[in-house]
Ligand binder design. Structure first.
Ligand code: ARG
Length: 566
């Protein structure tokens, strides 16, 4: 839509002798005065050594003299000291809405060459219970994945399990100490053993050492430990899968750090061939400093003096595997902001070693989910809450709300719980920390998932109760509530582009919320069911129908499914 207007104004300017490749149009800073504005008279003034007032007025006059002015504008006026203010005509707004409605992607600019994106999110650790932090990467990662797919790119998702770390040695040690047989390993056991062992290893250096030895032997191919590991992996991932299923989060690959081990030799060879590995106190490191670094970036530790590989080494090996298997144009990492330095080091090494260019690797950090105290969210007993318990708690709070129907199906309850957790997370810029407050998140009135769902269901009811026909839609806009909603719909491609370019789903969440607020205002002021003017009624039903489909599609991008009732 903006493109159309930009083209028109560029043509007008060029005809006046102001040669410019493109005049830019933006949303108005003063929506009370106009819908859109163009500030390029200032640019032209500089270039042609003239006064922006004269240029601006010139262009405004030429636009007003266009024979097809009404096809585009209601009003175009000049504002000091050089702004061109534009209000769109009803005809333009509505004809554009019709075009958007016919396009299955709402006028989002299609891409000419689909690229391949690998997206790495989730990243849970085998044998450790999932906590709220894991929920955030799952929710944010899933939304980013859906947004990129919606744009038309190929997306490959990989959970990148932490399945080969010290916790495995600790858990095997603990299980063996208790005399548990491999076949008896279950999730309750793992949930109990891991925290116990983790605490024990913090106190007792010798036990910690022993657990590290078990881990190292496993990594080196010990057959006995491999059997333990396999069972632990099986039990733990089954539990994880049920959580991700609940969240409607799905991965194409369930690869883990262990899958990168076969690529470590190759990684070593590549780094050696480029003379990047240096010895430092018996360990192998890669220097990654750059001349213009403002902060010191320490060397990447590739191999410990005892021969063990680390998180950073498997990270590099994983990139080698991904490049080979998937030929990605981009690899995206949705990982806790506290890991920023790790990724900076890894990306620099991969770039230096020509494994993949730095600009194809994107670190998409996310902030912490906090409790009221501003510290990472904990249960009353002080533990990081298990996600399953958190879902149960959300259900309970939801059902205590008087607005909620008392005979909801389990499936609908789960969908509403998902909307609560996801919208609360995604309306925040992903880099920002937020305070976890289920009660607030589940309010029906407010910036919440249930508010969006409720708005959707309410307008669907009106639409379904009435017949309407898109072919009879006129160009008339009836009042300011009507106009505001239609103008907001026109913004969709812009909101989407912001979300896509910045990999920030909050632009979609914000947009969705704004649409819902305007939808509520629209139907509170326009009584569709009682409207006697059949033409007006039909027009409004069309707009509302279109809005409902937009809400549905935007909810999909956020990973939120719609319940049948609330
Ligand atoms: N398992 C890691 C952790 O818990 C997160 C993995 C993130 N992804 C990655 N490619 N490093 O810290």
């Amino acid at each position: 839509m903006i493109d159309t207007l930009e083209k028109l104004i560029t043509e007008v300017s060029n005809k006046l002798g102001y040669n410019i490749a493109k005049m830019h149009i933006i949303k108005s800073n003063r929506p009370d005065l106009c819908d859109y504005q163009c500030d390029d008279a200032f640019k032209l003034a500089k270039e042609f050594h003239q006064n922006p007032v004269a240029i601006g007025k010139d262009i405004v006059q030429a636009i007003n003299e266009l024979s097809n002015f009404d096809d585009y504008f209601k009003e175009v006026s000049f504002a000091q000291p050089g702004f061109i203010n534009m209000s769109l005509s009803d005809k333009f707004i509505t004809s554009y809405l019709v075009r958007m409605n016919k396009d299955d992607k709402w006028g989002i600019k299609p891409i000419s060459n689909p690229e391949t994106f690998v997206i790495d999110y989730g990243g849970p650790n085998v044998a450790k219970p999932l906590h709220v932090g894991h929920m955030r990467t799952a929710i944010v990662g899933e939304a980013i994945k859906r947004i990129i797919k919606y744009q038309g790119h190929n997306v490959i998702s990989d959970i990148h399990l932490g399945d080969y770390g010290l916790q495995i040695g600790e858990v095997i040690y603990g299980l063996q100490k208790e005399g548990v047989a491999i076949s008896d390993i279950n999730i309750a056991l793992l949930d109990r053993i891991y925290p116990e062992m983790s605490a024990l290893c913090k106190e007792d250096e010798d036990i910690k050492e022993e657990c590290a030895t078990i881990t190292k032997k496993l990594q080196d191919g010990d057959e006995e430990y491999h059997k333990w590991w396999q069972k632990i992996l099986e039990v733990s991932t089954a539990d994880m899968k049920s959580i991700y299923d609940y969240l409607d989060v799905h991965f194409d690959y369930w690869y883990g750090e262990s899958d990168a081990y076969p690529y470590l030799d190759e990684a070593t060879d590549i780094l050696n061939a480029k003379h990047l590995l240096e010895e430092s106190e018996g360990a192998l490191v890669v220097d990654v400093t750059k001349a213009d670094d403002k902060k010191m970036v320490p060397p990447l530790l590739f191999k410990k003096s005892n021969g063990a590989y680390l998180y950073a080494s498997t990270e590099i090996a994983t990139i080698i595997q991904r490049v080979k298997d998937f030929h990605p144009d981009h690899i995206l990492y949705v990982v806790d902001l506290r890991q920023e330095l790790h990724f900076e080091q890894v990306f620099r090494v991969c770039d230096k070693a020509d494994i993949i260019a730095y600009n194809k690797l994107e670190y998409l950090g996310y902030g912490t989910v906090n409790g009221e105290d501003g510290k990472p969210y904990k249960t009353r007993s002080g533990d990081a809450p298990k996600l399953q318990n958190l879902f149960d708690q959300a259900k309970e709070i939801l059902m205590s709300k008087s607005e909620m129907s008392s005979n909801l199906s389990d499936d609908d309850i789960d969908k509403i719980v998902n909307s609560i957790l996801k919208f609360a997370d995604l309306e925040n810029n992903r880099e920002r920390d937020y305070i976890f407050d289920i009660s607030k998140f589940s309010e029906v009135i407010g910036k919440t998932g249930p508010y969006i769902l409720y708005t959707y269901l309410r307008i669907r009811k009106i639409i379904d109760d009435n017949a309407f026909d898109y072919n009879a839609l006129t160009n008339v806009i009836y009042n300011v509530y009507d106009r505001d909603l239609r103008l907001k719909i026109l913004d969709l491609p812009f909101a989407f582009k912001m979300a896509f370019d910045s990999r920030m789903p909050n632009f979609i969440a914000e947009y969705l919320y704004d649409v819902c607020v305007l939808t509520n205002v629209f139907y509170q002021n326009n009584h569709i069911n009682n409207e006697e003017d059949a033409v007006k009624k039909n027009d409004w039903l069309c707009i509302l129908d279109m809005t409902s489909h937009i809400i549905k599609d935007m909810l999909y991008l956020l990973g939120i499914d719609i319940p049948t009732t609330m």
